[in-house]
Write a protein that binds this ligand. Structure first.
Ligand code: NAP
Length: 225
């Protein structure tokens, strides 16, 4: 895997949406080459142009289809609603072989999004692993980070728990967390993503009950290296 922001290309699949566009903005700002993926390239080109405008042209953001983005990228980041999770992965899985997939998907089942409802695979990330197969490392991250403050300079008050199929892959994604201006924690194997994904419904519940829009989590009591 390539190291160093300027050499690394990140595809954000579904990057036209709220969470994906915010993450894409942050990685572009940090110097990564970013590809916005969409079902329609026109929509992706528009989203890429919006990010380039925000960054006053001093970045590399290009819009294209999800498949082309995944083909060209070193790392693909999936940011689509759970209802589109399987179909999107099926459409790009051949392009992911030998690479790293970061799954941001939370398996919310509307209308009861404040209730934890996990899929039979355990979590969306474990389901992703089943779909993409043994040749793809899968890391789950960012599920607890609201999009609200990603598209801007504001400090995001939420840590990122990173789980995944190998320590090396988790370390790679922890670099992306830091590049996005957030604090990440290696939270262990992909099986642990069940808890992290489920936590999002807990945060949505808290938002509803306390009138907030972006409740988050912080890890305390653990020293940073
Ligand atoms: N929003 C948040 O604050 C937040 C926070 C943490 C985690 N997440 C998770 O991140 C993921 C994305 O959330 P979001 O709020 O960014 O979602 P979103 O804005 O509703 O959708 C993201 C993108 O997914 C694609 N999409 C939507 N419906 C689709 C369908 N039926 N089939 C295929 N593609 C479809 C669309 O891209 P195209 O039309 O361009 O293809 C859309 O722009 C979700 O799993 C969510 O749970 C979100």
């Amino acid at each position: 895997m390539v190291n160093g922001p300027l050499l690394l290309t990140i595809a954000v699949l579904g990057g036209t949406g709220k969470e994906g566009k915010g993450l894409a903005y942050r990685w572009a700002r940090a110097g990564y080459r970013v590809l916005i993926g969409s079902r329609t390239s026109e929509k992706a080109v528009k989203a890429a142009s919006e990010i380039m405008t925000l960054l006053e042209g001093s970045a590399s953001v290009v819009g294209t289809t999800n498949l082309e983005a995944a083909q060209q990228a070193d790392i693909s980041v999936l940011t689509v609603p759970y209802s589109a999770h399987r179909a999107t992965l099926e459409s790009v899985k051949d392009a992911l072989k030998g690479k790293l997939l970061v799954d941001v998907t939370v398996p919310l089942v509307p209308p009861k999004v404040s209730k934890v409802q996990m899929p039979t695979a355990g979590s969306a990330a474990q389901e992703a692993k089943e779909i993409v197969g043994s040749e793809v490392e899968v890391v789950a991250a960012f599920q607890n980070v609201s999009h609200e403050h990603l598209l801007g300079e504001e400090q995001v008050e939420c840590d990122v728990l990173v789980t995944g199929t190998s320590k090396k892959a988790r370390e790679e994604v922890l670099k992306l967390v830091e590049a996005a201006g957030l604090t990440g924690w290696d939270a262990g194997p992909i099986e642990n993503s069940v808890v992290v994904e489920g936590l999002t419904s807990v945060l949505i519940n808290i938002n509803k009950q306390y009138g907030s829009t972006h409740a988050g989590i912080r890890i305390t009591g653990a020293p940073r290296k």
